[in-house]
Design a protein around this ligand. Structure first.
Ligand code: ATP
Ligand code: MG
Length: 416
């Protein structure tokens, strides 16, 4: 029996229709179908994030068809047959039907085809080899895609080991899709292939690895996928040892709460050893952005140590010293490692306090120090820091006069 997903709003939206109209004007009805995640997710009732399209048209014909319709065409992956259309400000990845003819495990050499079933054979998993026409009819050339999607089975199209040898990124994709859509026990043949070929992950570009890893970690509950990756040694190929599975699991449990969003970068930090220098090296090797690298390093700073029983004053002090994001990250990582059953209200309170309080600005400047009698030079900064420490220890005392009194006594006590 053939399946249908009906005509969903994302399929009939004017910007989507404009892309299909453009392609059909050049290639006739049904020359293009939705493919991959958008079909899979609609079938299983999950939200659709991006729309991928497969077509019989060659990339040149796609480009010409889009341009003729006044749509922008960006050659995002010409060597594998992908042109990205921009319609209504949204990107649509349009890939020509293809079969892989050769591969070195990192990049496939492709030949185009007009056979949907052949195209399905070069895709990674059965649940990703699903196509839908604009009228909502679903095509499942492997014959297992719909059933596997519904059952949460992540199964390679064809022989697992062979498919992994064609593209080692599929090892990480296997765990990514298991994290997002898997249910029950993971496919044994797939796991075995991933484990056997994990050493070849090293040959992949850092960008492909980090993008896939962060997507995996963004799943609602990637704990089982990550546990399997660790057990099979796959995780050890991409992360430095020792991997902190307990802290990671704790963090995911905290984020289970409606209060927090899934945070893939912090989850990555949670998995890393408590070693800031090592974390920076790792982030740079993986080509994470500077902001992500700095955030991970700050989250793993050794001091101040966060405890569930910190007083409001200590919390304010930590917040002032660290800044809002590192404070929140450090609190969550410490909470993730703590006995959550006993201390949840304290950690929640700490984070709420952090969110509800903006540290005041330190009221003195170098000019105040000089006015109090200190000579210009390096001493100024030293005095300023000492008074600032006092001000923080006095819980950001909102009294400029007594802060100036303190400044005077520090200046008087110094030997210039
Ligand atoms: P998402 O919802 O994350 O976008 P997706 O299934 O659309 O999920 P993409 O990475 O956007 O995943 O890829 C689109 C489709 O292209 C996949 O569904 C799959 O059919 C195919 N594909 C992508 N990468 C590979 C790969 N490395 N090997 C084989 N097929 C792939
Ligand atoms: Mg996609």
């Amino acid at each position: 029996m053939s399946e249908t997903i009906g005509q969903r709003p994302w399929m009939t939206a004017p910007e989507t229709a404009a892309v299909l109209d453009a392609l059909e004007a050049a290639g006739g009805p049904d020359c293009a179908r939705f493919v991959g995640g958008c079909v899979r997710n609609t079938l299983i009732g999950k939200p659709v994030s991006d729309i991928d399209i497969a077509t019989r048209l060659t990339p040149d014909a796609v480009t010409a068809a889009l341009k003729a319709a006044g749509l922008k065409a960006v050659p995002t992956g010409v060597d594998h047959g992908t042109v990205t259309a921009v319609s209504g400000g949204k990107p649509y990845e349009i890939t020509t039907l293809r079969r892989d003819v050769a591969t070195d495990g990192r990049r496939a050499v492709v030949a185009f085809t007009d056979d949907w079933a052949e195209d399905a054979q070069r895709r990674d998993f059965t649940l990703n080899s699903l196509y839908a026409s604009r009228d909502g009819s679903v095509f499942d050339p492997t014959g297992h895609g719909c059933a596997d999607a519904r059952a949460g089975r992540i199964v390679f199209v064809g022989e697992a080991e062979e498919r992994v040898r064609e593209d080692y990124l599929r090892i990480l994709r296997f765990f990514r899709f298991f994290a997002w859509y898997g249910a029950g026990t993971a496919d044994a043949a797939a796991l075995e292939a991933c484990e056997a070929l994990k050493g070849d992950l090293k040959t992949l570009s850092a960008e492909r690895v980090s993008r896939e890893l962060l997507k995996l970690l963004g799943a609602d509950d990637p704990r089982e996928a990550v546990r399997l990756m660790a057990a099979s040694g796959v995780l050890g190929e991409v992360l430095p040892a020792p991997i902190d599975l307990a802290r990671f699991a704790g963090l995911v449990a905290i984020e289970d709460d409606q209060l927090f969003e899934n945070d893939p970068v912090l989850r990555l930090a949670a998995l890393l050893p408590d070693d800031q220098v090592g974390a920076v090296t790792f982030a740079e090797r993986l080509r994470l952005s500077n902001a992500e690298r700095d955030r991970i390093a700050a989250a793993l700073a050794p001091t101040p140590e966060f405890k569930s029983w910190m007083s409001p004053r200590e919390i304010r002090r930590a917040l002032y010293r660290l800044g809002a994001q590192p404070f929140r990250d450090r609190a969550k990582l410490a909470w993730a490692r703590a006995d959550r059953s006993a201390t949840t209200p304290q950690w929640r309170g700490m984070i709420a306090l952090g969110e509800g309080w903006t540290p005041p600005a330190f009221p003195l400047t170098g000019e105040d120090v000089i006015a109090a009698g200190a000579p210009k030079g390096p001493m100024v900064g030293q005095v300023l820091r000492e008074v600032e420490d006092w001000w923080v220890d006095h819980d950001f005392i909102d009294d400029k006069l007594s802060t100036i009194e303190k400044l005077k006594s520090v200046v008087q006590g110094m030997a210039f």
